[in-house]
Design a protein around this ligand. Structure first.
Ligand code: NI
Length: 136
């Protein structure tokens, strides 16, 4: 029996969307307010979903306490209250769009969560804007 278990989490972070090789005017045209050179913040809502088979011995898919710990150390401790462009190494040369943040989160959790599970990342940048990344 395949099932999906989900854990919600949250972090605040600052970012600026821009390309270093573009002028401030071009960045404003493409990225709007998110290109503000002085940065700005978002309240990111994260849902980490793990998919796989129920363990017949325990009745668990995955121990959610363990998943909670991975999310805390790999994502919350790493990104919460950070300036993503300047303090998170993955974004030194990568635009911290909600799409790219979701990919980075997936990559970081993939190194921790057993390969027998599939992982899906749902990341909200605003209450109405979100992306889903499944590692495809
Ligand atoms: Ni923004």
């Amino acid at each position: 029996m395949r099932i999906k278990a989900c854990r919600k989490a949250h972090f605040n972070a600052a970012h600026r969307l821009y390309r270093k090789d573009w002028s401030d005017e071009k960045n404003l045209e493409v990225f709007g307010k998110c290109s503000n050179p002085k940065y700005h913040g978002h309240n990111y809502e994260l849902i980490v979903s793990v998919l796989g088979e129920i363990d017949q011995e325990t009745g668990y898919l995955i121990d959610l306490k363990v998943l909670k710990g991975y999310i805390k150390t790999e994502i919350e401790d790493y990104m919460d209250h950070k300036n993503l462009n300047e303090e998170v190494k993955e974004f030194i040369d990568l635009n911290p769009t909600v799409e790219n943040i979701a990919v980075v989160i997936w990559n970081r959790l993939r190194t921790k969560i057993d390969a027998k599970y599939d992982i899906e990342i749902t990341l909200y940048e605003t209450p109405r804007n979100f992306v889903i990344y499944k590692g495809e």
